[in-house]
Design a protein around this ligand. Structure first.
Ligand code: SF4
Length: 327
């Protein structure tokens, strides 16, 4: 095993500097992803891990109609927040469906956003063909057995799924990621934060080396909006989504006045279903509309043997969450 230098950062500025100065350095927060990949699976090889776990980046604050979530807030703390329960039930439901209580107490919100794919080939160092790990080496998933993989935003170079549950409602809500580096900071909409693989599956998001996620900002839903999260999986706990959907809908006198829809379990990135939202707004809240929205959401999927079933399953998931939040 190669040596990894461990450093505990005293403050955010030094954390950023300690990562920026070494090309293979990485941040360490809750550790639920990074330690697995570096120490257990041994598919990433950081030269230095900078522990940010004790930085004052924890807690949820409300300013007007926005929540500001510090990156080291745990999933459990966010799920227990009163404003989240009252005004963002789709977020709370995704958090509770996303991990066991033990994991929710360890895993941070920033870490959840940056979690790596669960693709079994990516996590197996004995598999040579993985464009995400070794650019230009091929994709074992496309050529071998695939099931827990993506059908939207995917292509021959990579079909790795973004497995976060939390990001599905966050992308539907137009959450914003707040970043900090040595030059200052910037804010990036979550819908623009992730990159589909194209011919560079190794690039997963717009983060620059040494840039730290400090907060996530989430607009609250308007009063009268009904929302929810539905996760379909092989077993009822400790399992990733086959498909999932987060919906927030306002119905006015039987007509859909506003719609937000995010999809999980199907995309190489947390998927915002804009086409489906366009079908929904202004249409009657009925089964025919819901099915039309589902058809619009899953247009032009890229499937391989083993993932075709997700096309119809995703459509049924969308219809069911829309039915649930409108009745
Ligand atoms: Fe690697 Fe992506 Fe193919 Fe998985 S799907 S083997 S992560 S290139």
């Amino acid at each position: 095993m190669s040596d990894i230098e461990y450093v505990r950062a005293a403050d955010a500025s030094s954390a950023v500097a300690l990562v920026a100065e070494q090309p293979d350095a990485a941040f360490l927060a809750g550790g639920t992803t990074e330690l697995d990949l570096a120490l257990k699976d041994r598919v990433v090889h950081p030269s230095r891990l900078v522990d940010i776990g004790r930085l004052p980046l924890r807690g949820v604050t409300r300013t007007g109609e926005h929540l500001r979530i510090a990156a080291l807030t745990t999933m459990e703390e966010l799920a227990a927040d009163e404003t989240v329960a009252a005004r963002l039930p789709l977020v709370r439901e995704a958090l509770l469906a996303g991990a066991s209580t033990q994991l929710r107490n360890m895993a941070t919100i920033g870490g959840n956003l940056l979690q790596r794919t669960r693709c079994r080939y990516f996590r197996d160092p004995d598999v040579g063909a993985c464009n995400k790990r070794t650019p230009g080496s091929g994709c074992a998933a496309v050529e071998a057995v695939a099931r827990m993989h993506a059908i939207l935003g995917a292509g021959p170079s990579c079909i790795a799924l973004h497995a976060s549950d939390l990001c599905v409602p966050l992308v539907a809500l137009d959450a914003v990621v707040v970043l900090r580096d040595a030059d200052g900071g910037r804010r990036v909409p979550l819908t623009e934060f992730y990159l589909t693989p194209g011919d560079r599956p190794d690039r997963e998001n717009v983060l620059r080396h040494g840039e730290l996620v400090t907060h996530v900002e989430v607009p609250l839903l308007p009063a009268g909006t009904r929302s929810g999260y539905l996760k379909v999986r092989d077993r009822s706990s400790y399992e990733f989504a086959l498909t999932s959907a987060a919906a927030a809908i306002q119905v006015d006198d039987g007509t859909i006045a506003a719609a937000r829809l995010g999809l999980g379990g199907v995309g190489t990135v947390p998927w915002r279903a804009y086409e489906a939202e366009r079908v929904l707004v202004g249409a009657p809240a009925n089964e025919r509309t819901f099915r039309a929205a589902a058809e619009a959401a899953i247009r032009h999927p890229f499937t391989v043997p083993g993932t075709e079933f997700k096309v119809e399953l995703a459509k049924r998931t969308i219809v069911r969450i829309l039915r649930t939040v409108t009745t």
